[in-house]
Design a protein. Sequence first.
Length: 422
Amino acid sequence: MNRWTRRKFTHLAGAACLAPFCPRVARGQAKARVVVVGGGVGGATVAKYLAASEKGLDVTLIEPKPSYTTCFFSNLYLAGLRSLESLTHSYETLAQKYGITVIHDMAEAVDPVAKIVALKNGTKLAYDRAVVAPGIAFRYSDIEGYDEAATQSLPHAWNAGPQTKLLREQLESMEDGGVFVITAPPNPFRCPPGPYERASLIAYYFKQFKPRAKILILDAKDSFFEQDLFQDGWSRHYPGMIEWLPSQFTGGIKAVDVKGRAVKTAGGTFKAAVANIIPPQMAGELAQRAGLVDQSGWCPIDPLTFESKLQPGIHVVGDATSAGDMPKSAFVTNSQAKVCAFAIATALTGSEAAEPHLFNTCFTFLAAHDAVSDAISFKATAETIKISEILLSAVGEDAELRRQVVRTANGWYDAFTHDVFG
Ligand SMILES: Cc1cc2nc3c(=O)[nH]c(=O)nc-3n(C[C@H](O)[C@H](O)[C@H](O)COP(=O)(O)OP(=O)(O)OC[C@H]3O[C@@H](n4cnc5c(N)ncnc54)[C@H](O)[C@@H]3O)c2cc1C
């Protein structure tokens, strides 16, 4: 057993990963190759944990963008409380400190039989195990008139970067008294509290700079996560500013009129000064092309290893997965990625299998000094992943406790992005 490797991996993996790690790749033997597609939270975490702990593996990370801007905390940017630069992370440490080969390109296909990942630039990379972590794609066809071109007028801002910047610019140039419309998608989707946190933080911005503005949330659902906490926050901080219309009223989001800046629902047409269309979602395109997606639009996985149930030898982590009770969050993605890294190490080097530990912790802002949190632990079995314990903030907590959650959230952001990107 390689004790150095075992100590280092368990140290890095923290409480989520406590099992022994015993590589079996013999000296001089060619290194086993892991190709990770997608340098978001999921892909970067798997690549880092494998490369940092296991010298017997050759780890390659494929990501088209030169740097990664986090969706988490991007609503604070929309409120003018953080810069986009403070949310942007480079791949330099992963390459230089951990020795990961980072290739900035798109993966176009994964051939599970030949075990090859094909890149847009024509390169073909052979793998022993592949990880696909492409995040989400949008079901544009579910909303008539909305497509990729329309996102330049009516942004989704559900992948952070240029879309988030565009939405912020539109909010800044919106007249006071205008209506900001957000469409909230049906389940399952990336970040269940996200649309409602966005409404809260944009209301925080409006309250200071455009106090006559209104926010209208047109929802495809009849209820949403932490609804009581949000509605309590809205009545305390922004009375009369935010209106939420559930599906039983809207009848669902049917179409957009891009030129007229309007959203059409079964219950009526709503004109907006600024419209944020968050479409229904599915697994990222590469997962679809690689045959990793079932009829639900998401990737079924083995809950104990995150290996695809459809394509052996390919693992899927993050928002693209269908993972039982687990919501689509960065924390969940990072937790899945560590379990996946352990499973790949076990398969390729013979290290002892580890029991999966899966968690979620989420901090959600209602205002600059008022945040709530949830902490969930999960139990994975061969069949599925179920919630085993859940802790939530409560309505009526005192203001100092909520300020403390804001401080904890800021500390979490720094520690978490360090864990992912080095
Ligand atoms: C507004 C908002 C707020 C949020 N707040 C929180 C929060 O507070 N806490 C929290 O835990 N989560 C939060 N989330 C959710 C979190 O951002 C996601 O769950 C997380 O990013 C999922 O990670 P991922 O790796 O699956 O996907 P991503 O982070 O989207 O990464 C996917 C990567 O794959 C790359 N890629 C895609 N296709 C290819 C290809 N063919 N070849 C190569 N690369 C490819 C993409 O460029 C991208 O970099 C929030 C999300 C939003 C939208």
